[in-house]
Design a binder for this molecule. Structure first.
Ligand SMILES: *[C@@H]1O[C@H](CO)[C@@H](O)[C@H](O)[C@H]1NC(C)=O
Ligand SMILES: *[C@@H]1O[C@H](CO)[C@@H](O)[C@H](O)[C@H]1NC(C)=O
Ligand SMILES: *[C@@H]1O[C@H](CO)[C@@H](O)[C@H](O)[C@H]1NC(C)=O
Ligand SMILES: *[C@@H]1O[C@H](CO)[C@@H](O)[C@H](O)[C@H]1NC(C)=O
Ligand SMILES: *[C@@H]1O[C@H](CO)[C@@H](O)[C@H](O)[C@H]1NC(C)=O
Length: 304
């Protein structure tokens, strides 16, 4: 039974784990420990008849089976160095204990509820980091970068109406962060893409992760709208929140005097022809017409 179960691809496991976690509960979500200390992970489920709880350790792409509990009996794998206690039936606690933690114990620990050959249901996991002697808990720095002005260029037609904000969450340790985006304090679920794994640039001591929010251009071209990126960070005892944000901007008013002047000021030294070239990619048709009208030899002049 366990062999069949293990043959399921990790991705499937994690996907079903996410969609079914309402019925299988794991506490705590995050944990920091020192080497040599003991860690206890709790799991219970609310599924009638299910009477087995299985335990797994996930590091990177690997899932290691640690053992299971059948009703009231724990069966830890040989050499896994764990204890499994409690009960595996509905509303009972099942506890996995690692008695002497090593640095290599850092991982996400999952439990799954099962019944014979029925589908397994996963909990949300407990993420454990065993801190080294010199590891310093450091909350993240958050910075939102506005959409690039050039984003409307060189894109397929339907992408033209989108703007992308970038959030850089950096200089944190360890990697216990979640990232959310809010527009006017309302959490966004659509259009958000966050890196799967935080990176350690230059093998440094800190982690860094980026997240992108893609919105309709008309959302961005509205100074009333406030865009916020929020990183929640587990600090060993609780969660702290770190945010940065920005406001939308006025829409560039095509063909109007004010926008033209602002534009020309920004690129004062640039040649007019170069300006025309940049604008060409964007949808400022009327704007371009206006410039053409002002050029010597164009219709505006000829009328004189
Ligand atoms: C299960 O464990 C949790 C967390 O330690 C605890 O709050 C809860 O009371 C326990 N429930 C039972 C039925 O023992
Ligand atoms: C991250 O999200 C998970 C799932 O929603 C939650 O259980 C956990 O507490 C969060 N951790 C932090 C540090 O916000
Ligand atoms: C960790 O977070 C908790 C809860 O948000 C807070 O009370 C505590 O001061 C933080 N600890 C440190 C060391 O920042
Ligand atoms: C975001 O960060 C920048 C620079 O780090 C700062 O100037 C700005 O005021 C911050 N904005 C908000 C809304 O926190
Ligand atoms: C352009 O706007 C300025 C004020 O910003 C105004 O003085 C000027 O007359 C306007 N020019 C035209 C052609 O509308």
């Amino acid at each position: 039974m366990i062999l069949i179960f293990l043959s399921i691809h990790l991705n499937n496991i994690l996907v079903s784990g996410l969609s079914l976690s309402e019925q299988v509960h794991q506490t705590p979500a995050d944990m920091f420990k020192q080497p040599g200390e003991e860690a206890k992970f709790n799991c219970f489920h609310t599924i009638s008849n299910y009477d087995k709880i299985l335990w797994y350790k996930q590091t990177n792409e690997q899932l290691q089976f640690l053992g299971y509990m059948n009703i009231n009996n724990g069966y830890p794998e040989n050499g896994a160095g764990v204890k499994i206690e409690g009960g595996a039936e509905k509303d009972q606690n099942c506890t996995l204990t690692i008695e002497r933690l090593k640095l290599s114990s850092s991982a996400v620990y999952f439990c799954a509820a099962r019944l014979h050959n029925r589908e397994a249901y996963f909990g949300g996991g407990t993420k454990l980091t065993v801190l080294g002697k010199d590891d310093k808990i450091t909350p993240p720095t958050v910075k939102v970068l506005e959409p690039s002005e050039k984003e409307c260029r060189n894109k397929v037609e339907k992408e033209k109406r989108k703007k992308t904000l970038l959030c850089v969450i950096s200089r944190f340790y360890p990697d216990h962060v979640n990232v959310t985006w809010k527009i006017n304090n309302e959490e966004m679920s659509k259009g958000v893409a966050t890196d799967n794994m935080p990176a350690q640039p230059n093998d440094g001591e800190f982690y860094k992760i980026t997240s992108r929010l893609k919105v309709d251009a008309n959302k961005w071209f509205d100074p009333e709208n406030e865009f916020k990126c929020i990183a929640s960070f587990f600090n060993g005892t609780g969660t702290t929140y770190h945010e940065n944000g920005t406001r939308g901007i006025e829409a560039p008013k095509t063909g109007q005097n004010i926008t033209t002047e602002a534009y020309l000021k920004r690129s004062q030294t640039a040649k007019l022809s170069y300006g025309v070239l940049i604008i060409k990619g964007c949808v400022y048709g009327a704007f371009v017409m206006f410039l053409v009208w002002k050029l010597p030899g164009s219709s505006g002049k000829r009328n004189n």
